[in-house]
Ligand binder design. Sequence first.
Ligand code: FAQ
Length: 327
Amino acid sequence: MVEDIKMFGKSLETVEEGPEQEAQRKAFEDRIAHGEKIEPGDWMPAEYRRQLIRMISQHAHSEVVGMLPEGAWIGRAPSLRRKMILLAKVQDEAGHGQYLYHAAETLGVSREELIEALLAGKAKYSSVFNYPALNWTDVGVIGYLVDFAAILNQTMLARCSYGPYARAMVRISAEENFNKKQGQDLVIRMAHGTLGEKAMVQDAINRWWWPTLMMFGPPDTASPNSAALIRWGIKTKTNDELRQEFVDKIIPELEALGLTVPDPGLSYGAESGHWMTGEINWDEFWRVVQGQGPCNQERMAARRAAHEEGRWVREALEAYAHHQGLG
Ligand code: FAQ
């Protein structure tokens, strides 16, 4: 069997699988089955490497693009305290992008290639960040719903079989928990505020509910990558399992605040103990993933502009490194 990984314009690895590779693959899978972490210099199947680069780079891009909807509100935060909290959160997201690009680099791909793929529209980032943050309340709802969804996913990934990704996730999840708390705090205050404030927070939940559910990815029946990811211990839960966990946790919390979700089909299964949602609009999800969401163009334009504006900094750093004999 020939595995030829073509990604970011170059071939990372070409492996002819004979008896020797078969034995390597078996030893590799045994290590994963025994809960050992795979580390950068270790032998790994080309497809394992490809899946990790795909997923970690998408994750990194999501953190960086994810700074945009909330970042737009830093200048309009209603108090100094709220401004400081939001600044710290957005800065955390930049840091998460950094950890993740580093983790991807351990797999033999450069940060420049990854960013180039994003800017060329070849790499994905989370669909949820292609929706607009229309008012201040959205900042709270993004923190509460989107960060909560991200935490559930990242807590699972902290147990993933690839060491650098798992370790990045431990740190990111801890920071993300604080980020969620700022959102939850804002939502609780608004829900207990004036009628106008409560209406605003309900409106924001109505707009972010479905995009948050879509964040977990397509249903298991339409998820081509899940089988390989689960087989190799990269993901340990499926998209639908994590989505269900989120719904079961968040609905009672929202109910306790007197808030609802915009889903007439929502029901509680007394026997299963699970909240069942109505049908998710997967056509909308795929449209957004394919670049036709409300803000895809705006997000990419912002990233391209930031990349251009930062060019002189990168060039200056390179020139300095060269001058010091480091480049
Ligand atoms: N958006 O076969 P599957 C955050 C693509 S971080 C766009 O099921 P997989 C922090 C998928 O890539 C949020 N595309 O894929 C924050 C694949 O396309 P490909 C990001 C999506 O990998 C909070 C195709 O569909 N988190 O929020 C999406 O098994 C607040 C088929 O899908 C991560 O990236 C989507 N939602 O499962 C920042 C976590 N879903 O690559 C600021 C790591 C799927 O074959 C503010 N990633 N696709 O061309 C994962 O856990 C997984 O990759 C999934 C998707 C669960 C996202």
